[in-house]
Design a protein around this ligand. Structure first.
Ligand SMILES: [Zn+2]
Length: 84
């Protein structure tokens, strides 16, 4: 009994759609497609990388690389040249 309406507003993703999301962190396309991860400001992050981020420690260089990439996405997308 699943009568709850799902609040997914992805424009009808068909099964034969080969526009699968590619993870911005590992450049992999997850088997389950867009369901196997989440969108961050229009960029896809797969669940594996999400797990990695959650489990890595601050000391791990991989963590820093991932965080750096995420920062670029979050802060670097709309940088206008307004320096003086
Ligand atoms: Zn990934």
């Amino acid at each position: 009994m699943e009568s709850l309406p799902q609040r997914e507003n992805f424009a009808s993703i068909s099964k034969e759609d080969n526009l699968l999301p590619k993870c911005i962190l590992c450049n992999q396309v997850p088997e389950l497609g867009i369901r196997d991860g989440f969108l961050l400001i229009g960029q896809f992050v797969c669940s594996k990388c999400e797990q990695k981020l959650l489990t890595l420690s601050y000391n791990d260089p991989t963590y820093n690389i991932m965080v750096q990439k995420l920062r670029e996405i979050i802060y670097g997308s709309d940088r206008s040249n307004h320096s003086s």
